[in-house]
Structure formats: C-alpha cells, structure tokens
Design a protein around this ligand. Structure first.
Ligand code: SAH
Length: 227
C-alpha cells in the first residue's frame, strides 16, 4: 500500500509517522508513506500557497494552482483509489472507514491549513472528505496522521500479534474488554480471578460479557448496528 500526504507543513508529520507501529510497518516494507510539500508548486518569489478570501472574510485560503499541480504530479505516475481531503465537515472517521481504506492500493491525503482550501479543489479533484471529530484543528496534518495510523495498523503484519487488531474496540461493533498485566495484585487492587483461572472458555465468556456490558454503558448506539 502507498499513502501520499500533501501538506504545507511537512514537519508536523515527521514524528507520528516514524515511530511505533507505523514506523515499523514502513521499515518492514508493508506500506510506503510519502509526505509532499505543496510549497514546491507555490507561486511567485515567495512560493506562496495561500491568498486572501473572496468576500472579505478574515483568514487565508489555500490556492487552487499549487494543490492542483501537486495532485497532478502524483496522478500522472499512478492510479489513486481515493483522493481524500481532511475536513471538519467530512464524514466522521470510524473503524469501518479505516478497514475499507486499508484494502486500497494507493491513496492521497490532502491536508488543509489556514481557513481551508479553495472549494474548487474539493469539487473537482477530491473523491472523499474525512473528519476526525466535530471540532476544528489548525491544520489537516494531525488528522492525516490519525487516518494513516488507523489504516496502517490494520495491514496484515503491521501488528506483531495479528489477532490483537481483531479484538480492538469497534472491530466487531463492541468495545474492548478491560485488560490487565502483572502483578496480579498491587496496592490491594486485584486482577479479576477469572483471568488467573487458566480456563480459556471461562476467560472468553467473561471477556464477551465485559465487552457487551461496556458497550451498553459507553457506546449503546453500536449495539443497534449489531442486533
Ligand atoms: N474554516 C474551516 C476550518 C479550517 S481548519 C471550517 O470552518 O470548516 C484548517 C484545516 O485543518 C482544514 O482545512 C482541515 O484540513 C483541517 N482540519 C481541522 N479540523 C479538522 C477535523 N476535525 N478533521 C479533519 N481535518 C480538520
């Protein structure tokens, strides 16, 4: 899989993409992530990428031409399954969307900045718009890193214990059961006895029950999808 991220602040993406599970998946060759600076196609002596907003609103808007040229450079080289724009008014990111995107071959993720991008890019070039929640951030870089992380950890081989992605929250519209590690007792706080029983059937039944209980309590809307 290949992910191309387009941004005017590439520095913001360096750390989230070079460590932990995503960093290891890149090193293992499971995914290529290329970060492109849109300023490469900036206009004039200062390589400008933004301009004043028509209509006199405060704030700057990312111009069509640099983004158009950056996207063109990539689409001339290969087919992209999706050209995604990170946007607060896009469809809300979910585990279902992450699953779907993890099956794609090549995707572009465009990060907005300032007041956003000239709407004509969204109308003519973007195939999908994704939001990471109903709040506004300064740029699309952190949202793009969130999307990339949610996708990459689903690629077979990215997690050392592959089954652990399957038991994550949302994967089957249930939240994950609580997890514990050693010691069995700390400060008088005990790990539930059943987990120490060594009986896989009992443990599974307890985990299923916990997952259901937690989902009922914390995300009841997931259950209406399930039953
Ligand atoms: N004026 C815009 C917000 C611009 S914020 C509006 O009111 O909708 C600048 C950029 O940050 C956006 O172009 C988008 O790429 C990114 N961004 C901000 N919040 C986001 C969110 N919740 N999800 C995804 N991207 C977001």
């Amino acid at each position: 899989m290949r992910i191309d991220i387009l941004t005017v602040v590439p520095e913001l993406l360096e750390s989230p993409l070079s460590h932990s599970i995503v960093g290891r998946a890149i090193k293992k060759g499971l995914v290529e992530i290329h970060v492109h600076n849109i300023r490469k196609y900036g206009l004039g002596p200062h390589k400008s990428v933004d301009d004043y907003c028509y209509g006199g609103d405060a704030g700057m808007v990312m111009m069509v031409e640099p983004v158009f040229k950056m996207i063109n450079e990539l689409t001339e080289q290969r087919h992209y399954d999706e050209i995604i724009y990170m946007s607060p008014d896009g469809e809300l990111l979910s585990q279902g969307i992450a699953n779907e995107l993890s099956l794609k071959e090549n995707i572009i993720i465009l990060c907005g900045h300032y007041k956003g991008i000239d709407h004509r890019i969204r109308e003519h070039l973007i195939t999908r718009e994704i939001s990471i929640g109903d709040y506004v951030l300064s740029g699309g870089e952190i949202p793009a890193a969130v999307v990339a992380d949610s996708i990459v950890r689903l690629i077979p081989g990215a997690l050392t214990d592959e089954t652990s992605a399957l038991s994550d929250s949302f994967q089957d519209d249930l939240l994950s059961p609580p997890v514990y590690t050693r010691p069995a007792e700390f400060n008088g706080w005990k790990v539930p006895d059943v987990l120490l029983s060594g009986n896989p059937k009992l443990i599974q039944a307890w985990q299923d029950e916990q997952a259901l209980e937690r989902t009922k309590e914390l995300r009841p809307h997931l259950l209406s999808k399930k039953f």
